[in-house]
Design a protein around this ligand. Structure first.
Ligand code: UT7
Length: 324
């Protein structure tokens, strides 16, 4: 038996930050941002909104898509690097927010690969008797973005995306997946303060340590290698070639990373879904957000092979091949 996606939904806040806005706050240009990252605009949640609020909106849309009630869910998993708070988990807050029963609910922290890690967990739970599983990627990255750091502030946005998964036959659903992680270069992408290693203090706030720090160049190189490798290993496990892939949906971090990954797989760009230009990097939300859009735009049809590939802080990576 495979695990199938029976409902998909996403949500992004309405407020748009365009590249012109960044020209007014840091030493940058629309041209630099477009050519170096591929981003044109990104969304920003208002100050009263937390990750669980976006997650609840995406989850409710996925429930409508699946024609299901929240009470029918057996498990809730939220992938996020920007939870509402340390505890309770964002998944528990989502459980209450959507009116689900008192079912197992937990968060996954795997940076931008979190949503695919969530699918791996869902698949495993589905094989162990859990019926309807909600997996969400939700992020409010604009709250941990340093708007004085031009090298990172132009990149990130807020959004959430959700899948509902259930066991199904063998001709569709998750066909194969591959995951990995390597912490040798973890310092290249992290938020140093606010945890138990560097608790919040006057000093940590003054030194701007509660913001995301990234050595973009270093991350870029590792991301290209890891994403291409994840894709190849996932396809190998499925026993199919890249020519069979109808649509490649990668984590949306940088257009040049996406193009390099597609090139290594020999997949032409008309078979690659991109919405990075309109949302920026939304970390764990980026793949379900792009998937939902691709589905609504008719880019995913019955029988299609859709390859999902992610890379994120940790570093973590993974690939998931879905037959729709
Ligand atoms: O989501 C998790 C994984 N994250 C990623 O995969 C992100 C990976 N990294 C990237 O996407 C890219 O590295 C960036 C978009 C972050 C940066 O692009 P880059 O081509 O690697 O630029 P760079 O960091 O090598 O910087 C090149 C130049 C530098 O100036 P000098 O030293 O050559 O004079 C930077 O100071 O561009 C400068 N720069 C900027 N200039 C204008 C950096 N940020 C900006 C900016 N506007 N916003």
């Amino acid at each position: 038996m495979n695990t199938c996606i029976v409902g998909v939904g996403s949500y992004a806040p309405e407020k748009i930050l365009d590249n012109k806005y960044f020209e007014s706050i840091v030493d940058t240009s629309d041209e630099w941002i477009r050519t170096r990252s591929g981003i044109v605009e990104r969304r920003q949640a208002d100050e009263n909104t937390a990750a669980s609020d976006l997650a609840i909106k995406a989850a409710n849309r996925a429930l409508i898509d699946a024609k299901m009630e929240a009470k029918e869910l057996d498990l809730i998993i939220v992938a996020t690097a920007t939870p509402d708070m340390f505890f309770p988990s964002t998944a528990c807050l989502v459980q209450r927010g959507i009116g689900a029963r008192a079912v197992m609910s937990f968060d996954i922290g795997a940076g931008c690969s979190g949503f695919l890690y969530g699918l791996a967990a869902a698949e495993s739970f589905a094989k162990n008797g859990y019926n309807n599983i909600l997996v969400i990627g939700s992020e409010i990255l604009t709250r941990i973005t340093d708007y004085e750091d031009r090298s990172t502030c132009v990149l990130f946005g807020d959004a959430a995306g959700a899948f509902i998964l259930r066991k199904c036959g063998e001709d569709r659903g998750i066909i194969a997946s591959y995951y990995g992680a390597d912490a040798n270069s973890w310092e290249s992408l992290c938020m140093p303060a606010g945890g138990t290693r560097m608790p919040a203090s006057m000093e940590s706030v003054k030194n701007r340590m509660h913001y995301l720090k990234m050595e973009g160049n270093e991350v870029f190189k590792i991301a290209v290698r890891a994403m291409a490798d994840s894709a190849v290993k996932t396809l190998d496990k499925a026993g199919i070639g890249a020519e069979k892939v109808s649509l490649l949906i990668t984590h949306q971090a940088n257009i040049r990373i996406i193009e390099a990954t597609a090139k290594r797989l020999d997949i032409s760009m008309d078979r690659v879904y991109i919405n990075l230009d309109r949302y920026g990097n939304t970390s764990a939300a980026s793949i379900p957000l792009a998937f939902d859009e691709a589905l609504r735009n008719g880019r995913i049809k019955k029988g299609d092979y859709v390859l999902l590939v992610a890379f994120g802080a940790g570093f973590t990576w993974g690939g998931t091949l879905i037959r729709w």
